[in-house]
Design a protein around this ligand. Sequence first.
Ligand SMILES: NC(=O)c1ccc[n+]([C@@H]2O[C@H](COP(=O)([O-])OP(=O)(O)OC[C@H]3O[C@@H](n4cnc5c(N)ncnc54)[C@H](O)[C@@H]3O)[C@@H](O)[C@H]2O)c1
Length: 315
Amino acid sequence: MARLEGKVAIITGGGTGIGKATALRFAKEGAKVIVTDINQESASKTAAEIQGAGGEAQAIAHDVTREEQWEQVVAETVKHYGKVDILFNNAGIYIIKPLAEITLEEWNRLMAINVTGVFLGMKHTMPVMAKQKSGSVINASSIAGLIGAPGHVLYGASKGAVRIMTKDAAIEYASAGVRVNSIHPGYIDTGMVAYASEATKHSKEELAQGVPTGRLGTVEDVSNVVLFLASDESAHVTGAEIGQFGHPKLGETIASIIEECKRFQKPWGIFCPSIEHAEGWIQRGASLVLVGSDALWLLNGINSLNGWKRKYSPK
Ligand SMILES: NC(=O)c1ccc[n+]([C@@H]2O[C@H](COP(=O)([O-])OP(=O)(O)OC[C@H]3O[C@@H](n4cnc5c(N)ncnc54)[C@H](O)[C@@H]3O)[C@@H](O)[C@H]2O)c1
C-alpha cells in the first residue's frame, strides 16, 4: 500500500522548490493534494503535473498571511474531501541583511509570511484534525532556527519562532491525536540558495563545502523527511525537530579545535559539540579557539552571548 493512501494534504508554497517536490511525492504515495501558493500560476502547474501523472490535486491561490484565505482553503478542502489529514506549512521567504539595515517593513513582511502564516495554518487546520482524532502538521523551520549566522537576525527569528511554536502546539494537541513536527534543513538547492549565494558572495560550490556530505541538499532530500512525518510511520513522533541535514561540519570543527588548543597549549582550551555546550562553558568564563572552515558559523552562533572571551584563528 502507498504510504499516504487515502490521505488529504494541504501544502503551502507548493508552486516551486521544496513545496512542489513534496506535493509530487505525496501524490505518488496516494495522497490527494491541495497545492496552495501566492503565485497561482505555479500552484496550477504543480497540480497539473500531478494530474498528468494520474494523481489527484487541486490548486488554490493563497496568501498565507491572510486569515480569510486560510478559512477558505480549509473549508474547500473539507467540502471536497471531508477531512484534512496533513498540513505542510512550507511557504516562506528569505532575507539576509545586517541587523542595522533591516527595515521595519521587511521585518513585518517576513514575520507575516514565515511566522503568522504558520500560526494561521495551525489555527485553522488543527481543530479540524482534532475532531477527526488524527492529523499531522509539518512546519518548515531551518538550520537558521537552531544556530545564529551573520545577516540572519530576521530570518533566524522567524525560524526560531516556528521551532518553538511547533513544540507548544504539539503539547497542546498531543492528547487529541494531532502531531506537529518541524524540519530544519541546511542549504537545499532551490531559488533560496541561489539568493543566499548572491547575498553572501559565496558560490554554491563554496556553500556546499560547509555541508558534511559535501553537497547541497536536494528538494527530494527534504520531501523524504516530510513524507515520513506526514505518514503513519511517525505515529508516535510529535514536537520533534528533524532534518538537520546540510549543517556545517561540526565534527571537523571539533577535531580542528582540539589541534588548535594543543598548539596554543591553552589551559582553558575546550571544544564544543554544540552551541548549547559552548554557552555553558562560556558562562563559566572559558576562552574558546574556533578554527576550521565552519568556525565562523559556530562563532556567530554564540556571538550573542555576553561575558566571554573568544579568539578566532582562521586556518
Ligand atoms: N532552500 C533552502 O535552503 C531552505 C533551507 C531551510 C529552510 N527552508 C524553508 O523551506 C521552505 C521552502 O523553501 P524553498 O527553498 O522551497 O523556497 P522557494 O522560494 O523555492 O519556494 C517558496 C514558495 O513560497 C511561496 N510564497 C511566498 N510567499 C508566500 C505567501 N505569502 N503565501 C503563500 N505562498 C508564498 C512562493 O511563491 C514559493 O512558491 C521555506 O519556508 C524556507 O524558509 C529552505
